[in-house]
Design a protein around this ligand. Structure first.
Ligand SMILES: *[C@@H]1O[C@H](CO)[C@@H](O)[C@H](O)[C@H]1NC(C)=O
Ligand SMILES: *[C@@H]1O[C@H](CO)[C@@H](O)[C@H](O)[C@H]1NC(C)=O
Ligand SMILES: *[C@@H]1O[C@H](CO)[C@@H](O)[C@H](O)[C@H]1NC(C)=O
Length: 282
């Protein structure tokens, strides 16, 4: 994470970066130059080529609240501590009618993750408690690591993370290098899988949060595996084999609070896939 930050700064200073190749992708900006979109950031780490591609450096390094992308980390802590023994942990609905119909029912951890049910993860966070949550934020070095209230800190602006930092965490999750058991990381990765095609797998978590009275922030953070057939040696019993090339990404932009000129929730996924396709990551 810090190495990347250093490299980006080094590149700006016209010095070379030996560790990672950094590419500014001005072309990607066009995907986000649309009415209503502000401060768009995209960062993509191509692991196989040790390269980082980005647009809008300042935004890639600027921290904002993570909103529901924090459900990745909240799930990791829940599973690791046994608060959720597995992804089937059922929590009973409290009967309060909320805006999304899918939230108004008993949910398992996996269902709550897929539907991004805020109430479920607020209850999970309360069960984890502040000292344990703080311990894992510190150990994993998650953004600015700041908890206000245990059941709102990822929504109220106290916890902050940048797209660059999200990508660093996702890479560690993919390779099971975060300070959690391999099983914990494997379960959370499986919950993030949204597309499984013959040529790629796409994993992510979305987030939508209110920054202030006038501004909302929309995230998608995740990774892809581009799948390529690799020919086996002549004479092998295997005709072909699949090889996976991982890419880690974070997309973030802001819109006016209450902007309903588009259906932003699905549209941000369209934008994400457009940029990932352009980058050759799917
Ligand atoms: C994290 O960000 C919030 C909001 O800007 C701020 O109040 C808090 O002090 C920050 N924490 C650290 C450790 O910098
Ligand atoms: C709200 O947040 C946006 C984006 O961070 C900022 O540009 C704007 O000045 C803020 N508005 C208020 C009223 O604080
Ligand atoms: C075929 O490929 C699989 C996966 O790479 C490997 O585990 C297996 O040993 C291969 N079998 C042969 C006969 O080469």
């Amino acid at each position: 994470m810090y190495r990347l930050l250093f490299c980006v700064l080094a590149v700006i200073g016209l010095a070379s970066c030996r560790e990672t190749r950094i590419h500014e992708e001005a072309d990607w900006q066009k995907n986000y130059e649309l009415p209503g979109i502000r401060n768009a950031a995209f960062i993509l780490r191509d692991h196989s080529h040790e390269a980082v591609h980005f647009m809008n450096k300042e935004e890639c390094l600027r921290r904002t609240l993570p909103a529901s992308t924090f459900k990745i980390f909240n799930s990791l802590v829940a599973l690791e501590t046994g608060i959720a023994p597995d992804d089937n942990l059922l929590i009973k609905w409290d009967g309060v009618q909320r805006e999304l119909p899918g939230w108004n029912q008993d949910l398992t951890l996996r269902e709550a993750f897929r539907q991004s049910a805020v109430w479920y993860y607020q209850e999970i966070a309360r069960r984890i408690g502040k000292p344990v949550m703080q311990h894992y934020l510190d150990t994993a070095n998650y953004g600015n690591k700041t908890i206000s209230k245990i059941d709102t800190f990822w929504l109220d602006g106290s916890l902050q993370i940048s797209p660059d930092e999200q990508v660093g965490l996702l890479k560690r999750l993919y390779f099971a290098e975060l300070p959690f058991a391999e099983r914990t990381q494997r379960i959370v990765k499986s919950m993030m899988l949204w597309e499984d095609s013959s040529t790629y797998k796409l994993y992510y978590k979305t987030g939508w949060g209110c920054v202030n009275k006038t501004t909302d922030v929309l995230w998608v953070a995740g990774f892809t595996e581009r799948l390529e057939k690799v020919k086996e040696m002549k004479g092998s019993m295997n005709n072909s084999d699949l090889r996976a090339y991982p890419y880690f990404f974070a997309q973030r932009f802001e819109i006016a609070h209450g902007d309903s000129t588009r259906d932003w929730a699905p549209f941000r996924i369209e934008l994400l896939k457009k940029t990932l396709r352009q980058a050759g990551a799917i």
